[in-house]
Design a protein around this ligand. Structure first.
Ligand SMILES: [Zn+2]
Length: 187
């Protein structure tokens, strides 16, 4: 019997200017969620996200698929040493409730150039949001999120509606490269 070697490769990332990043993504049915092709896509997106040093989230349009699927992968780093490891798959996610006003948070996006250097800016985001979504088994969930997770989820859900972080920057003078941001704020 031949040994089948399964090689997972990282997906090619789409970049700012690609029209797919501006499309409203397609929602998935239970049958579609449970299909082999879709489960394989989740595996490849997980691999792609784990290989990006600054990536904390990845939406399907960022790898060329106009589908309502996002992955979140947060691990402790020198700038957030106490943050617990979070790995989530959210299908058909929707922000169904927000709490209070917005406050500026620093963010960038893997679809804006290389992984070593890209633009960073302050984006107003809600501190707490409630989401409804389905997981990779098509089980429905509803939960409140705050902190970094709430921030990341708002950015990723925007991707599913063709909205990019640059659309939400109000203080346009806050733009700087991630390298400059790290030099100034993460010492
Ligand atoms: Zn992004």
């Amino acid at each position: 019997m031949a040994v089948v070697q399964r090689i997972v490769r990282a997906l090619r990332r789409t970049q700012f200017g690609d029209p797919i990043l501006r499309q409203v993504t397609k929602r998935l049915s239970q049958v579609e969620i449970q299909s082999d092709g879709f489960q394989k896509l989740i595996g490849r997106m997980r691999y792609t996200l784990e290989n990006k040093e600054y990536g904390v989230g990845l939406a399907a349009p960022q790898v060329g698929k106009s589908l309502a699927l996002i992955l979140v992968g947060i691990k402790p780093t020198p700038s957030r040493p106490k943050h617990p490891t979070v790995n989530m798959v959210l299908i058909n996610p929707e922000v169904i409730k927000t709490y209070g006003g917005k406050e500026p948070m620093w963010e960038g996006c893997l679809s804006f150039g290389g992984t070593k250097n890209f633009p960073y800016a302050q984006v107003p985001r809600y501190k707490k949001v409630r989401l409804r979504w389905q997981d990779e088994n098509a089980t429905s969930h509803e939960r409140d999120f705050d902190g970094l997770l709430a921030h990341v989820l708002q950015h990723e859900v925007d991707h599913l509606n063709g909205v990019l972080f640059v659309d939400r920057v109000e203080d346009t003078k806050s733009y700087m490269t991630i390298a400059e941001y790290k030099k100034r704020y993460l010492r």
